[in-house]
Design a binder for this molecule. Structure first.
Ligand code: NAD
Ligand code: SER
Length: 322
């Protein structure tokens, strides 16, 4: 049996995933038992009013150590990172945050004998030499982006800490995450969120990816479900640890636009690919997640049509659009 998670710290808690993960974990584990942290000094009211919040740069190992001590933390969900598009604009920062931040988290977890650490990987761990359709669990990992390189290091380093030091590190290769609450933070899959806001506000969108660009994607409820399922899975069932493929759905930009048109018939899209096209072209189109299904029972709840209907409903309310 795995040890229980009782006192949780989240890094990068103000981000697209962290902001929703914090609330779900607070509901599940108790508000005072989930400490949200981020480099940002301007967290949302919801974040600070619903439980503890600390400003924390993951590159600051002393501060990380003192926050872990202060709250008797036993589990870290390490969500702080610089994503693919931002990483290509500043590869030095991406390396510093994604590698040195991760190293600090793993070292503190090792020193303090923590119960478990979640370190997310990404479809960005793959590269142009990887089979693009139904990408296997075990395959070529030769990413061309600095972000992808840091994700491969994260997978291998987490696995190293597991075998060398017995630290229970777990992680999934998230696809592009689509959500209605917090905007994405500088990735290549951000178009799949922006398109909904623009469709509702202006009935048109200019895509920075070509219309035939097909990528693996996942709706936030499935992202949260996968994260928590893996972290609560019995360790003895896991053959993999830090690098599970997880699939939600897979669609091209044009297919998403057509799905939105079913709800907003006069929605128009045009295409002006930029530097992110090359990144997207180096990533898979779809993912084989049979290892996650076998080892911890993964299956997604949302497909393209269910996700689109839910996104539009949530954003209509958020933006007060009828
Ligand atoms: P995000 O960019 O939305 O959020 C990252 C958060 O980290 C931000 O709130 C930012 O302020 C914070 N941060 C940046 N530098 C920091 C530092 N030095 N110290 C502390 N905090 C810092 O990212 P996200 O989409 O929420 O992603 C969370 C994790 O999931 C990342 O590891 C990311 O690589 C991974 N992931 C995300 C997606 C996706 O589509 N969102 C897909 C694959 C993998
Ligand atoms: N959504 C992320 C990005 O585009 C994938 O890891 O960077």
């Amino acid at each position: 049996m795995s040890k229980e998670m009782k006192r949780i710290l989240i890094t990068g808690a103000c981000g697209q995933i962290g902001s929703e993960l914090t609330m779900v974990l607070r509901e599940r584990y108790g508000t005072d038992n989930v400490v949200a942290t981020d480099i940002r000094k301007d967290p949302s009211r919801e974040m600070v009013e619903s439980g503890p919040y600390e400003v924390l740069d993951v590159r600051d190992r002393e501060k990380l150590s003192s926050v872990v001590e202060k709250y008797s933390i036993d589990t870290i969900f390490h969500m702080a990172a610089i994503l693919s598009a931002s990483g290509e604009k500043n590869p030095w920062l991406a390396w510093d945050v994604n590698i040195n931040g991760l190293y600090n988290v793993l070292e503190i977890a090792r020193e303090k004998n923590l119960t478990r650490v979640f370190v997310p990987s990404s479809i960005a761990a793959f590269g142009p030499e990887t089979p693009r359709k139904n990408t296997p669990q075990e395959t070529v990992l030769k990413p061309r982006t600095i972000y992808g390189i840091t994700k491969v290091v994260g997978e291998r380093l987490g696995e190293y800490y597991f075998w060398k030091f017995g630290l229970d590190v777990r992680g999934v290769r998230y696809p592009g995450i689509i959500s209605s609450k917090t905007l994405p933070g500088g990735g290549t899959t951000d178009y799949a969120v922006e398109i909904f806001y623009e469709a509702l506000k202006h009935k048109k969108y200019t895509s920075f990816l070509r219309k035939d660009t097909r990528l693996p994607m996942m709706y936030m409820p499935d992202c949260l479900k996968a994260t928590i399922m893996l972290m609560e899975a019995d360790l003895s069932r896991l053959k993999h640890h830090t690098d599970f493929n997880v699939a939600g759905m897979s669609f091209s930009v044009e297919e998403l636009a057509n799905e939105i048109k079913k709800h907003i018939p006069d929605f128009k899209i045009d295409y002006k690919p930029d530097f992110r096209q090359e990144i997207a072209d180096s990533w898979p189109e779809s993912i084989d997640d049979s290892a996650a299904r076998e080892e911890w029972g993964w299956s997604p709840d949302y497909d393209l049509s269910k996700m689109t209907a839910d996104m539009l409903e949530k954003l209509r309310k958020k933006l007060s659009i009828d």
